[in-house]
Design a protein around this ligand. Structure first.
Ligand code: URA
Length: 190
């Protein structure tokens, strides 16, 4: 299974399906356990991620690590990816046509990894993966059953850097994700 994932990484590494392929330093495919039960999906690489080729390694990534540690989830055991694999200029929001060009890679990642839980990091991922009218302030921490997995969304770590008042909700949502993960892991595979 991980071989197929590696082949997908190679294909994605050559991608020029949208103009971001011309401006990126590195494709940021994804990182973590190819058999993860828990998958996080962010929006798009930022500057540090573009330079590194790894998702969530900048300031937002440090904050994500903090919450994973706080609820005793090992970053090595989860899988982390983004809706877009290449950095949009000046970190602007992804364009619909960029998402359309890129989403097939994420779908394949999900098919190969088969997580039990997918957590959207922020509004952009939630609107793409859960429902187009997703409202992050009202609906973070709610659960949605989609096929063989459960989905939820939490605030994007960058939003917590801008507004620390959201941090309490983030911790509660992360605790709930940990509980749900333990429950799902106790069940036989679907
Ligand atoms: N923000 C994201 O959405 N993804 C990253 O990988 C880094 C910052």
């Amino acid at each position: 299974m991980s071989t197929e994932l590696e082949q997908l990484r190679e294909t994605c590494g050559q991608c020029h399906a949208c103009p971001l392929g011309d401006t990126r330093t590195n494709v940021v495919f994804g990182v973590g356990n190819p058999n993860a039960d828990l998958m996080f999906v962010g929006e798009a690489p930022g500057e540090q991620e573009d330079l590194n080729g790894t998702p969530f390694v900048g300031r937002a990534g440090q904050l994500l690590n903090h919450y994973l540690f706080a609820v005793d989830i090992d970053r090595e055991q989860v899988y982390i990816a983004n809706i877009l694999k290449c950095r949009p200029p000046k970190n602007r929001d992804p364009l619909p046509q960029e998402e359309d060009a890129c989403i097939g890679y994420l779908r394949e990642q999900v098919r190969l990894i088969r997580p039990k839980i997918i957590v959207c990091l922020g509004r952009i991922a939630a609107m793409r993966l859960i429902k187009p009218d997703f409202k992050i302030t009202a609906e973070h921490g709610k659960w949605f059953e989609k096929g063989s997995f459960w989905m939820t969304a939490v605030y994007h770590p960058a939003a917590l850097l801008r507004d620390p008042r959201k941090k309490e909700d983030m911790l509660e949502d992360m605790k709930q994700i940990k509980r749900r993960l333990e429950e799902r892991e106790a069940l036989p595979d679907a």
